[in-house]
Write a protein that binds this ligand. Structure first.
Ligand SMILES: Cc1cc2nc3c(=O)[nH]c(=O)nc-3n(C[C@H](O)[C@H](O)[C@H](O)COP(=O)(O)OP(=O)(O)OC[C@H]3O[C@@H](n4cnc5c(N)ncnc54)[C@H](O)[C@@H]3O)c2cc1C
Length: 358
């Protein structure tokens, strides 16, 4: 198996590096060792107002630095027999007799019996397969150098979330070993406004004085349910397939789960024929798209009634408990909605979600 990536590794990826239980469950030991913090408290505020804490007796979220984490995943793939070439950018794919020709930007052509594209939200494989994108959001982040002595007591074991003024937006502070990752997420459209939102957020938190180690942005995009994840012998996974949870934009668990399933299907498909590849598409439809639909419903509810969602999370034991359990991995959003049909119906009505009503 050949693994290529356009970037030189280890590479930075704009990302909070928050690992929910569904992500941790997928990790090889090498990547699990890249966890730098375990979180048992989330403080939640609205528009910079007073924060309320949701605490748990056990950690429900883990934090990692993506450069170390992704390098560890590459190391695990190499240990399992893959050949890794970094600095190799795929330019286009071409269907050929019995396989796929992969054209790289430096003129090399590699023939493969099956290709799995996990080339992110700006990659080429999603377009080749015909993934249809329902919505794009812009995430902006700062890595702030943390003065350990002064900041540690406040951030040990805690992350901070703040729902923004514009519908569906939020900001976060995720503490890493020696820095704070601070970011905001907003519907794509006005990059300047999103930048001002991040600046305001940082200053309201009193973090404006910390040295900025890195400032970056990245698009997240989510797929229209039912759009393809396979074209012939090419599968697409992770952000490239538009797989992520629309409310929180949590995408690592979707990348890991779809990547594993696509890899297994590709290995079996290369041996036993192309029919096996369709099982991957089936897994996405049955396991991942319902989670996306549940997240999309919560996002629409949150966009229309942010105060209601805030109060449900921070003032009701059940809301806080559900949040913790979804993060920890004991509950999925669709399972939670299925178990409480009245709540689901109410969410559908309040979200003005005609598609889900039928
Ligand atoms: C600001 C922000 C914060 C986020 N925070 C979180 C979080 O805390 N927790 C969470 O679960 N999710 C988070 N996400 C989402 C998460 O980052 C993504 O869902 C996840 O990285 C998807 O992984 P991936 O492997 O599919 O794509 P990526 O991580 O984007 O990796 C794609 C890889 O493909 C390579 N590539 C691209 N084009 C080519 C090409 N043509 N040829 C060869 N290689 C190519 C790139 O170099 C890259 O290494 C966040 C997203 C953003 C934008």
């Amino acid at each position: 198996m050949l693994l290529v990536d356009a970037a030189r590794f280890p590479r930075y990826k704009t990302c909070g590096g928050g690992l929910i239980g569904a992500s941790l469950a997928e990790l090889p030991a090498e990547a699990a060792a890249a966890v730098v913090r375990r979180i048992d408290t989330v403080t939640v505020a609205r528009k910079g107002g007073r924060a309320r804490a949701i605490r748990s007796t056990r950690p429900f979220l883990a934090l990692t630095d993506r450069d170390r984490f992704d390098q560890a995943l590459v190391d695990a793939a190499v240990a399992a027999g893959a050949v890794f070439r970094d600095g190799v950018r795929v330019r286009r794919l071409e269907e050929i007799e019995g396989g796929v020709a992969v054209h790289t930007t430096d003129g090399v052509v590699v023939s493969a019996s099956v290709v799995v594209g996990a080339d992110g939200s700006a990659g080429v494989v999603g377009r080749f397969v015909g993934v249809r994108i329902g919505r794009s959001d812009l995430g902006l982040e700062l890595e702030l150098e943390l003065e350990l002595a002064g900041m540690e007591p406040g951030w040990a074991g805690r992350v901070h979330l703040d729902w923004g003024a514009a519908p569906g937006t939020y900001g976060w502070v995720f503490p890493k070993a020696d820095r704070l990752t601070v970011g905001v997420m907003e519907r794509k459209g006005d990059g300047g406004a999103t930048r001002r939102y991040l600046d305001r957020f940082v200053h309201e938190l009193g973090l404006g004085g910390l040295p900025v180690e890195r400032s970056s942005g990245h698009l997240t995009r989510w797929r229209e349910p039912g759009s393809p994840v396979r074209r012939g012998r090419v599968l697409v996974a992770g952000d490239a397939a538009g797989l992520l949870e629309p409310w929180t934009r949590e995408g690592i668990s979707f990348a890991l789960r779809s990547g594993r399933a696509a890899g297994e299907a590709a290995a079996a498909g290369a041996r036993n024929g192309v029919a096996r590849l369709e099982q991957y598409a089936q897994m996405v439809r049955v396991e991942l798209e319902p989670e996306q639909r549940g997240g999309a419903l919560l996002l629409r509810l949150f966009e229309r009634h942010p105060l209601l969602v805030h109060l449900a999370l921070t003032r009701t034991g059940r809301g806080a408990d559900a949040f913790v359990r979804v993060c920890r991995g004991g509950l999925s959003i669709p399972d939670g909605l299925r178990r409480h049909p009245l709540l689901r119906r109410l969410a559908v009505v309040l979200a003005g979600d005609d598609r889900a009503r039928s």
